[in-house]
Design a protein around this ligand. Structure first.
Ligand SMILES: NC(=O)c1ccc[n+]([C@@H]2O[C@H](COP(=O)([O-])OP(=O)(O)OC[C@H]3O[C@@H](n4cnc5c(N)ncnc54)[C@H](O)[C@@H]3O)[C@@H](O)[C@H]2O)c1
Ligand SMILES: O=C(O)C1=N[C@H](C(=O)O)CCC1
Length: 269
């Protein structure tokens, strides 16, 4: 047991944090060695098992990430952009693999993560599920096969608490469509239409976001031409798919050289 990779979960009280604690607890390939929450959070100083309504598991939630990371071989991080940037530097200092699921990262955040990856293994993906990563590959292939008579639209739906849009997954799918077509996503992106928008620009890659209720995550990639449509769809019904992917990435990262990787590397897609 002691030779299994030790994992720290950041944002342990969150929707993904709790799912990760359960997934690692049930795994025979890794062990939970730490849980981090923000300072002032009611769970800090308490056993994570009891916080989640069960028996004590011997892991006390801390607000000191460096102390927690020092005991770990990997950090799994589904929190918020500012926290993730801080954790990237600390995980590199502790020589722990950093698995980043956090979305909504902007250019300045990504530059700091890239800097940390010079000294450490970082696996980052806007979606850690096998199904979505397959969909990304399919999107790239279909976009490469179809010309600009086929309009690409990405429609995503998530729960009412999600704070970023387009979703990380939608951006991965948009990037795949842009790569398939050999264009730059930033130049082709048309997101959040409103008002008198004018007719659709040829070659645009459109994004639309739905937010409501407890939707775990749904993504459609629509290729629409005159007279026909191709629609690729992924529907997540359980956050366990993201947690399983993240744990697989943490274990895979143990043998890797410093650098930044994604789930395509982990899954061999
Ligand atoms: N990549 C994927 O597969 C995937 C899947 C699901 C969610 N996500 C992303 O993961 C992130 C979290 O999603 P969620 O639904 O769990 O959100 P959430 O709001 O339920 O959880 C976030 C947690 O992070 C904690 N946190 C914030 N700042 C912190 C800090 N400085 N130190 C320690 N903890 C801190 C919060 O207190 C909270 O408990 C979002 O960016 C979301 O888009 C990614
Ligand atoms: O619940 C979320 O938030 C999710 N975020 C990821 C995204 O932004 O695509 C993955 C799906 C769930």
């Amino acid at each position: 047991m002691a030779d299994l990779p030790g994992i720290v979960v950041t944002g342990a009280s969150g929707r993904m944090g709790q799912m990760l604690v359960r997934t690692i607890g049930a795994s025979d390939k890794a062990r939970l060695v730490g849980c981090v929450e923000r300072s002032g959070h009611a769970w800090v100083g308490r056993d994570i098992g009891e916080c989640m309504g069960g028996a004590a598991v011997g892991v006390v939630v801390t607000d000191d990430p460096l102390e927690a990371f020092a005991k770990a071989q990997a950090v799994i991080d589904f929190t918020a952009p500012a926290a993730t940037v801080e954790f990237a530097a600390l995980a590199a200092q502790a020589r722990a693999v950093h698995v980043i699921g956090t979305t909504g990262l902007e250019a300045a955040h990504l530059a700091k993560i890239e800097a940390a990856a010079r000294h450490a293994v970082i696996v980052r993906a806007g979606n850690m599920s096998l199904g979505v990563n397959l969909l990304v590959r399919l999107t790239q292939k279909i976009a490469a096969a179809l010309d600009e008579d086929w309009d690409v639209e990405i429609v995503e739906a998530h729960h009412r608490m999600k704070v970023d849009a387009p979703s990380g997954t939608a951006l991965m799918l948009g990037q795949a469509a842009a790569e398939g077509r050999g264009v730059d996503l930033e130049a082709a992106m048309d997101s959040g239409r409103h008002g008198i928008t004018g007719a659709r620009k040829r070659g645009a890659i459109g994004f639309a976001a739905v937010r409501g209720g407890d939707i775990v995550g749904e993504h459609d990639v629509i290729f629409a031409a005159d007279g026909e449509r191709v629609i690729l769809r992924h529907v997540a019904t359980d956050r366990a798919i993201f947690a399983r992917g993240a744990l697989r990435a943490a274990i895979w990262g143990q043998g890797a050289k410093p650098g930044q990787y994604d789930m395509m590397d982990v899954l061999g897609l």
